[in-house]
Design a protein around this ligand. Structure first.
Ligand SMILES: [Zn+2]
Length: 134
């Protein structure tokens, strides 16, 4: 355990089954394992960090997330390699997940930053970044 690393992140989602299908696939591809599950939510854990998805309460459901407003803009994850980023990008395309900044892929984040950016079912931006060296 390293003091200061993220302990967990919790996201409220519009459509829990849809988010769980998407995030379950993505996180398990990155080595996360299912951690907690209950009627309104589920989490996946990798080492000491877990990510939780919770069904938003009905009364807040019609206030959509927008990444350009104040609050979370995106979540970024480490990929194993550039090839891993490419492979995941192809799979995301095949799943018809919206890829952001496609025309500058994989350098949308700059020439030294090999990454894919895409949207989760609530249009939260997600980034998968290759290490500098592989
Ligand atoms: Zn980023």
């Amino acid at each position: 355990m390293k003091t200061g690393l993220l302990h967990h992140v919790e996201l409220y989602v519009t459509d829990l089954p849809k988010s769980l299908a998407f995030w379950g696939w993505f996180l398990e591809e990155l080595g996360y394992e299912a951690f907690q599950e209950w009627e309104q939510g589920k989490s996946w854990k990798l080492e000491e960090t877990y990510i939780v998805f919770v069904q938003v309460e009905e009364k807040y459901r019609n206030k959509p997330y927008h990444r350009k407003q104040v609050g979370l803009n995106h979540l970024a994850f480490h990929a194993a390699s550039k090839a891993h980023v490419d492979e995941m990008t192809n799979r995301l395309r095949a799943m018809q997940v919206p890829i952001l900044y496609e025309n500058s892929y994989p350098f949308s984040g700059g020439r030294d930053h090999y990454a894919v950016y895409f949207e989760d079912p609530d249009r939260i931006k997600v980034e998968l970044v290759a290490p500098k060296t592989v």
